[in-house]
Design a protein around this ligand. Structure first.
Ligand code: 218
Length: 185
């Protein structure tokens, strides 16, 4: 099997796994971390941004297929379920420096690349949710709270919690199975 087919099959599995993790009940409303971000970002660091963006896009589509989309308007949905999810694959921009560092056994450099990738991907995704929050979700702000502050509070918290979860997953995988990031084919 060509490595391209391999990568596409992996992308489909990762999108499904991310969606399954998204079905963990949102115990703290919109503050709940996005657990699915972990497999998506790990995968993006294995296969690069092209496949990462593809997997993120499929993950977003699965929300539509499973009827899990919170719909306020068309532009809000495109922003939050297509752009936001696909943009997490940008973690893959750091796949090359991570893999180079791993091949040269430079563990600190590898960890650094992985952490920058996670920050970049999670911040980019939640920037879109923050923007959507200000534009579309202002009516849900508690009385007297500005939409801007409300969105920053909600999406900023979810962003930090997600980043902590992804960082933990990255560190564990780098320490126990770093060959995950060096696909054989
Ligand atoms: C203030 C606020 N509330 C809700 C949303 C919607 N939102 C936030 C985070 C993640 C997602 C994608 C599905 O998990 C959505 C739709 C918001 N942007 N802002």
């Amino acid at each position: 099997m060509s490595s391209k087919i391999n990568a596409l099959i992996e992308a489909a599995i990762i999108a499904a796994l991310a969606m399954a993790l998204s079905l963990v009940p949102d115990f703290a409303s919109w503050f709940t971390p996005s657990f699915g971000a972990a497999p998506l970002i790990l995968f993006s660091l294995r296969r690069g941004s092209k496949y990462g963006i593809f997997a993120g896009f499929i993950w977003g589509l699965l929300y539509f297929i499973l009827g899990r989309v919170y719909y306020l308007s068309l532009s809000q949905v495109l922003l939050e379920y297509i752009l936001a999810f696909a943009s997490m694959g940008l973690a893959g921009l750091f796949a090359a420096p991570l893999q180079k560092a791993l091949k040269q056994q430079q563990r600190k450099k590898a960890l650094f690349s992985a952490l920058i990738a996670a920050c970049f991907a999670v911040f980019t995704r939640y920037f879109w949710h923050f923007l959507a929050g200000v534009i579309f979700w202002g009516a849900y702000a508690p009385k007297g709270m500005s939409p801007l502050f409300y969105s920053l509070l909600v999406n900023g918290s979810a962003c930090i919690f997600t980043l902590l979860f992804v960082t933990a997953a990255l560190i564990i995988l780098l320490m126990t199975q770093s060959s995950f990031f060096l696909p054989k084919r």
